[in-house]
Design a protein. Structure first.
Length: 423
């Protein structure tokens, strides 16, 4: 039996407790599956060798240097220190069933850390102590350092989990387990390495590389061409279920920041006359970008705020930037037999994956802005579309296993995945 109604967070919690008390024979499920992803052990080995080889293929002369090691690890240690000591807020994660319903505390200081990082980078750039475009000049060596560090860190994380007896959901295949991870939540004190890798390292580096492109263009041409919230991640599937293995460690330490940036690198290494768009096209891009940013920010906010509201843990923060409708008070829901409701409100009443659509547009627009002279700026778009298809299928299968008839009801009420009346 499923029903749709507006419920307060207190009502939702009361309903869950009532259902838990009704029957001791009901076993909740998180929708996980014992099936191997990425083709099992063979696919895992292929991914772990092809990722770094592809990265080196896309950049000539990528030799690790002492300067590259210093830049990468000073940044890494600085961000780890700011994670622990910058002002932030505390929250708790989802209940871990394998630890008897225990919840882990999370300290969230990425907002202050991000602006502190930008301030430090600006000071170093304008004092000439470390010009931002050094990241482009030393890109190959830093990328190689990140690649080697990703392998090294993955090995350390894997071995320490085995030695400390902290392994969880091992498959029996060492190669596959090395890719997917052995421990769920490795941490030292308040420093949760999975959240640190997911939020700080890849996106901060990627943003700084983009800034370095602007700095390089201004240095050469005298102008910059026109082409050029952390606590919400706690309830995500990555944080709750996925272990910290090579896949998350390497891809966040090296893959994301040093492959997603090839659109920006193309702009840095080519004269603006080679990819210049007219002002009307750029204006259209800007309007669409602002619109899709709003969809992206508000849809992710609605999804994560809903989960936090259900647990009475929603933290309202006056961070910059803020967009309208990031949270919906008392949203419409479909009740499920597992106690986790399905939100049918806001963007999620229009399509089932509204937060994926803007990412598709971003990746496509970043490729388009560079033109078609090189395939490398299009790597992000092609890779991301493959990733989105895989992730969407995984999410649908998991939700079908977890929510049963309630999910079928949701699919009937919201029949489109990405674009209304199209797909």
């Amino acid at each position: 039996m499923v029903s749709m109604q507006r419920k307060t967070p207190a009502d939702a919690l009361a309903a869950k407790r009532a259902k838990a008390d009704e029957s001791n024979t009901h076993i909740s499920t998180d929708g996980s599956s014992a099936e191997f992803e990425f083709g099992g052990s063979f696919g895992a080995a292929l991914l772990m060798t092809s990722f770094p080889l592809l990265m080196w293929y896309m950049w000539i002369g990528a030799y690790p240097t002492a300067k590259g090691w210093a830049i990468y690890w000073i940044f890494f240690i600085l961000e780890a220190a700011m994670y622990c000591y910058m002002p932030g807020v505390s929250s708790v994660g989802r209940a871990l069933k394998h630890e008897g319903g225990k919840t882990l505390p999370y300290y969230c200081s990425a907002y202050c850390s991000f602006y502190a990082t930008l301030t430090i980078a600006a000071v170093l750039h304008f004092t000439r102590a470390f010009p931002l475009y050094t990241l482009i000049d030393e890109f190959g060596s830093i990328m190689s350092v990140a690649t080697l560090s990703g392998f090294l860190d993955s090995f350390i994380v894997y071995m320490q989990a085995i030695l400390r007896g902290r392994t969880h959901r091992l498959s029996g295949s060492p190669v596959y387990d090395f890719l997917m991870g052995a421990e769920l939540n490795p941490r030292i004190g308040i420093l949760d390495f999975k959240m640190f890798y997911e939020v700080r390292i890849p996106w901060f580096i990627l943003f700084l590389i983009t800034c370095s492109v602007a700095a390089r263009q201004y240095e050469i041409y005298g102008y910059v061409s026109a082409e050029v919230a952390e606590q919400m991640i706690i309830t995500s599937w990555n944080m709750y279920f996925e272990k910290l293995g090579f896949l998350l460690t390497f891809w966040n330490m090296a893959g994301v920041p040093f492959t997603y940036c090839h659109c920006a690198l193309y702009l840095a290494n080519h004269d603006p006359s080679e990819y210049r768009w007219n002002r009307y096209s750029l204006s259209a891009f800007a309007v669409l970008y602002i619109f899709f940013y709003w969809v992206w920010d508000s849809s992710n906010g609605q999804k994560n705020a809903f989960r936090h509201q259900e647990k009475g843990q929603l933290i309202k923060r006056n961070t910059f930037p803020q967009v309208p409708r990031q949270a919906i008070k008392n949203p419409k829901v479909i009740e499920t037999d597992t106690g986790d409701n399905i939100m049918v409100d806001g963007w999620f009443a229009i399509v089932r994956k509204p937060n994926y659509v803007p990412d598709m547009f971003f990746s496509m627009s970043w490729g388009l802005i560079t033109g078609f002279e090189s395939p490398f700026p299009w790597f992000y778009f092609i890779f991301f579309m493959i990733l989105i298809i895989h992730r969407t299928n995984r999410d649908i299968n998991r939700c079908q296993r977890k929510n049963g008839e309630a999910w079928k009801r949701y699919e009937r009420d919201v029949p489109y995945l990405f674009i209304p009346y199209v797909i």
